[in-house]
Write a protein that binds this ligand. Structure first.
Ligand code: BG6
Length: 481
C-alpha cells in the first residue's frame, strides 16, 4: 500500500550502508536475513549500496565468509564486498575491531541475529566504543525475537537497548507484521469505508484468529521446550495481528500513529484468563530430541480474549495456534451477526452465517462468505463466497516478510516494528496464563495432524456458540443456534 506519509522517509539515492550482522554464519542469517537483502536489492527496493560485515565466533576470515555467501545463489551477489570479523561477544575489548565498519558509510545497521543471551554484551560492546552514536538515527540496531521471556526480562532488555540507543534507532522484529497480507488488513479496513461501518459490536458476533502449523518443533527443542506456544506465537504474532484487526483507525499511516493505535488496543485487551484457555501438546512431543522428560510445555493454545472498549465490548476474540496440526494456515475470520431466521412454508430457515475470512497464508486472499439462493425453482439458501485472490494483484511472487523488514530498516521506517511498550503490554496480557500453566496442570494431548485438543472445540462452542472455521469447511454448521 502506497499510503501517504508511510513511505516518504526514503534514503537519499547515494546512501552507503554497512549492515553488520551478528551471528552471520547462523541459521537465521543464512536462511532469512541475507537472502532477503539480496532479493530486496534485486527488486530495486534498496537505495544505494549495502556492504555486509559478518560478525561471529566462527573461525572464518573474509575469504571463507565470501565463499559461504557466493556458494548460495540466494546470497551470491552479497559476496564481493563482504567482510568477516571474528569476535567473542563477551570480550568488550574486542569491539574496537568493528570501528572500521563505519568508514565511508553514511549509515550503519547492527543486526542482532544471535540468541538473546548475548544481546546484552553486544549492546554494551557497541556502546563501549561509541558505535551506537546514541540519538543518531543513521546508526540503527535490529533485534530478533524472542524479546524477553516474560515481562521482567522484556523490560530489562528494553532498558539495555535504550541505554545504548534511542527509540528511533531501535527496530524490534515481529516478522508477522511484515507479511504483505498482514499489512493488507490495514488497507482493507481503512481504505474501504463500508467495512469500518460494520466493524464493531453491533454487527460482529465473534472473531477467530488461527495460526496453525503442520511442522513439529524440529530441531528447536532447546528453545521451544523453554518457551511453548504462548511465548513463541501468542505474545507476539497473534496479539499483533489481533491489534491490527481491532484497533481504532490511526490518524495517519505513519509508524508512530499505527503504533499508538495498536498500543491503545492492547491496553484494552484483558489479561488472558487461564479458565478461558486450553493448552495442548502433540503426541510424540516428549520423544523429540532435546525435550525434557515429562515436559508439560504446550505446543498448542486456544483462548478467548476480551477487548474491553467501546467498539468491542462483549465480542469474543478466539485465538488458537499450534504445531503439528492438520493444515498450515494463518487466518482471521470475522463472523457477523446472523440475520433473523424467517419462516418459509411454516418452517424456520436456518440463517447462513456471514463471514469475512482473511487468509494471511497460504492461498493469500479474502473471502466474504454469504448466503445465496440455490439456483432453481425452490427458495433455498446455500453458502457462497465472494473471493479476492491476493496473487491476482501481484505480478510476481509475494516478497518474503524479511524483505519488508530490511527495506524499512534501511530506509529508517518503523511501520512493521512493534514498540517496546506494545511488547511489554503483550507480556502483561499473557502473564497470568504463563504463570498458571507453569504452576500446575497438564496439557491435553492431541494427535499430530489433527486440529488440536477437543477442549479447543468445546471452548468455542461454549463461549461463542460457534465452531472453528478450518480450511475447506462447509459453513452451514457454523450456525450454532
Ligand atoms: C516464529 C516462531 O516466530 O514464527 C516459529 O518462533 C514459527 O515457531 C514461525 O514456526 C512461524 O512463522 P511463519 O512465517 O512460518 O508463519
Amino acid at each position: 500500500m502506497k499510503a501517504k506519509g508511510r513511505h516518504n522517509v526514503v534514503v537519499p539515492s547515494k546512501e552507503t550502508t554497512t549492515l553488520v550482522v551478528f551471528g552471520a554464519s547462523g541459521d537465521l542469517a543464512r536462511r532469512k536475513v541475507l537472502p532477503a537483502l539480496q532479493a530486496a536489492m534485486g527488486r530495486g527496493e534498496v537505495n544505494g549500496s549495502v556492504r555486509v560485515v559478518g560478525v561471529g565466533r566462527s573461525d572464518m576470515d573474509d575469504a571463507s565468509f565470501r565463499a559461504q555467501l557466493t556458494s548460495d545463489p540466494k546470497t551470491r551477489h552479497l559476496g564481493e564486498t563482504s567482510e568477516w570479523v571474528r569476535l567473542d561477544y563477551s570480550d568488550q575489548g574486542a569491539y574496537s575491531q568493528l570501528l572500521a565498519s563505519q568508514d565511508g558509510s553514511s549509515q550503519v545497521v547492527f543486526y542482532l541475529a544471535t540468541p538473546p543471551a548475548v544481546f546484552p554484551p553486544i549492546l554494551a560492546g557497541l556502546a563501549s566504543v561509541g558505535l551506537n552514536r546514541r540519538g543518531d538515527s543513521s546508526r540503527r540496531v535490529v533485534v530478533e525475537k524472542p524479546f524477553g521471556h516474560d515481562l521482567a526480562s522484556s523490560r530489562e532488555l528494553n532498558h539495555q537497548l535504550q541505554e545504548a540507543f534511542t527509540e528511533d534507532q531501535i527496530y524490534r522484529i515481529d516478522h508477522y507484521l511484515a507479511k504483505d497480507t498482514v499489512q493488507n488488513v490495514l488497507a482493507l479496513r481503512f481504505s474501504n469505508a463500508i467495512f469500518e461501518a460494520i466493524w464493531n459490536r453491533n454487527l460482529v458476533q465473534s472473531v477467530q484468529i488461527t495460526a496453525a502449523e503442520t511442522d513439529g518443533i524440529g530441531s528447536r527443542a532447546g528453545y521451544y521446550d523453554q518457551s511453548g506456544a504462548v511465548r513463541d506465537m501468542v505474545q507476539n504474532h497473534v496479539l499483533q495481528l489481533l491489534a491490527l484487526v481491532a484497533m481504532e483507525p490511526p490518524t495517519t499511516f505513519d509508524a508512530n500513529d499505527i503504533r499508538k493505535s495498536k498500543l491503545e488496543l492492547l491496553r484494552a485487551v484483558r489479561p488472558i484468563d487461564p479458565q478461558l484457555a486450553v493448552r495442548g501438546q502433540y503426541r510424540g512431543y516428549l520423544t523429540e530430541d532435546g525435550v525434557g522428560s515429562g515436559s508439560r510445555r504446550e505446543t498448542f493454545v486456544a483462548a478467548m480474549v476480551s477487548v474491553e472498549n467501546w467498539r468491542w465490548d462483549g465480542v469474543p476474540f478466539f485465538i488458537r495456534t499450534g504445531k503439528s496440526l492438520r493444515h498450515r494456515t494463518t487466518q482471521v475470520v470475522i463472523r457477523f451477526r446472523d440475520s433473523p431466521s424467517l419462516r418459509l412454508d411454516g418452517r424456520r430457515q436456518r440463517p447462513i452465517p456471514t463471514l469475512l475470512q482473511i487468509r494471511i497464508q497460504p492461498q493469500e486472499g479474502i473471502t466474504l462468505r454469504i448466503g445465496a439462493k440455490r439456483p432453481g425453482t425452490r427458495f433455498e439458501m446455500v453458502p457462497a463466497g465472494m473471493n479476492l485472490e491476493y496473487s491476482a494483484l501481484s505480478g510476481s511472487e509475494l516478497p518474503d516478510a524479511y524483505e519488508h523488514v530490511l527495506t524499512e530498516v534501511l530506509s529508517g521506517v518503523h511501520t512493521v516494528f512493534p514498540s517496546g511498550d506494545e511488547i511489554d503490554r503483550s507480556w502483561e496480557i499473557v502473564a497470568d496464563l504463563i504463570q498458571s500453566w507453569e504452576r500446575d496442570g497438564h496439557p491435553e494431548s492431541y494427535p499430530p495432524g489433527s486440529w488440536g485438543p477437543e477442549g479447543a472445540d468445546e471452548l468455542v462452542e461454549r463461549l461463542g456458540r460457534s465452531r472453528w472455521l478450518n480450511p475447506g469447511d462447509d459453513l452451514t454448521p457454523l450456525s450454532g443456534k
